[in-house]
Design a protein around this ligand. Structure first.
Ligand SMILES: C[S@@+](CC[C@H](N)C(=O)[O-])C[C@H]1O[C@@H](n2cnc3c(N)ncnc32)[C@H](O)[C@@H]1O
Length: 208
């Protein structure tokens, strides 16, 4: 049986004590400790970054020589560290790619998505919406990830999850499905982790 849902559980309290903006910070902390994805000097894109728990961990991981760019449809309280930049953007909007390029026009060492749709309560609808967001994150990893870069996307299990995992496998040398410790008991979410993005000549489809 899964862990029961407790809104103010251990991780909530721990986040509060440690000055973290969200309990989800522990999830990305676990992921980057388990897999060597984010290093000093890296440039990382954080999709669905509000209120900024992931950003706090990623900012420390890349350090002052790196950069973290966090975007969300809701505003993110500004960071004092100059290597953290945030913007209010909808990744599904037609002009998103152009706006992202205006923020950073180079390649990313990691594309990380914790995006989650507003849930409707209808399982199939919520899974499809979650996969649409994760699909957009993968498209960005394909277009803007450097060869050797990493990818993380939260997805709700079910629906076309396996198809999506195959798409991630086509672009990355190694793919892991991870359910971090800090995930709430009843949650259907997992993180797909892609390690070592293939270069286009290694079989990855060319970015359009
Ligand atoms: C679980 S929260 C992210 C928590 C964040 N990682 C943190 O540590 O603070 C999911 C986020 O996805 C964002 N989101 C959902 N749809 C989005 C979209 N189309 N474009 C950008 N962000 C989106 C939501 O606004 C929400 O803030």
């Amino acid at each position: 049986m899964g862990k029961p849902y407790r809104p103010k559980d251990h991780y909530f309290q721990k986040a509060k004590q440690e000055g973290l903006r969200a309990r989800s910070a522990f999830k990305v902390d676990e992921l980057i400790k388990r897999f060597p994805m984010v290093k000093k000097g890296h440039v990382v894109l954080d999709l669905g970054a509000a209120p900024g728990g992931f950003l706090q961990i990623l900012a420390d991981a890349v350090g002052g020589t790196g950069q973290v760019i966090g975007v969300d449809i809701v505003a993110i309280r500004p960071f004092t560290q100059r290597h953290v930049r945030t913007a209010v953007l909808d990744v599904l909007a037609d002009d998103f790619d152009a706006k992202l390029t205006a923020l950073h026009d180079g390649l990313f060492d990691a594309v990380i998505s914790d995006m989650a749709p507003k849930t409707s309560g209808i399982k199939a609808t919520d899974e499809a919406r979650s996969l649409r967001l994760a699909g957009k994150a993968l498209e960005l990893a394909q277009k803007r990830g450097r060869p050797g870069s990493s990818f993380v996307a939260k997805v709700f299990m079910g629906g076309d999850f396996e198809d999506f995992r195959d798409q991630v496998r086509a672009l990355f040398e190694e793919v892991k499905v991870v359910r971090p410790e800090a995930t709430r008991g009843a949650s259907m979410e997992v993180y797909l982790v892609g390690l070592r993005r293939k270069a286009p000549s290694e079989g990855a489809p060319p970015a359009s």
